[in-house]
Ligand binder design. Structure first.
Ligand SMILES: [Zn+2]
Length: 79
């Protein structure tokens, strides 16, 4: 089996369990946890709106998380 690469930073993923490297996978987990928190506060919040709001926060969002946000917003293949 060929090693896969992280869709974002092109780091090789040796134990393939997704499309992201370990750093970006962690960022993705943080993002999902964050979304769940926001959902509790807002009742309804479309995922895309949540991502957009994170981008608006600019530097307050960690670089790795921002990578994921941009990836999900612009390169998401499936919803
Ligand atoms: Zn990566």
């Amino acid at each position: 089996m060929n090693p896969t690469k992280c869709k974002i930073c092109q780091d090789t993923i040796y134990k393939s369990s997704g499309k992201f490297c370990s750093s970006h996978k962690l960022a993705k987990t943080k993002l999902q946890n964050g979304y769940e928190l926001w959902l509790k506060a807002y009742d309804t919040l479309p995922y895309d709106d949540f991502l957009q709001q994170l981008l608006d926060l600019g530097d307050l969002v960690g670089a790795l998380v921002k990578d994921i946000v941009e990836f999900e917003l612009y390169f998401q293949e499936t919803k």
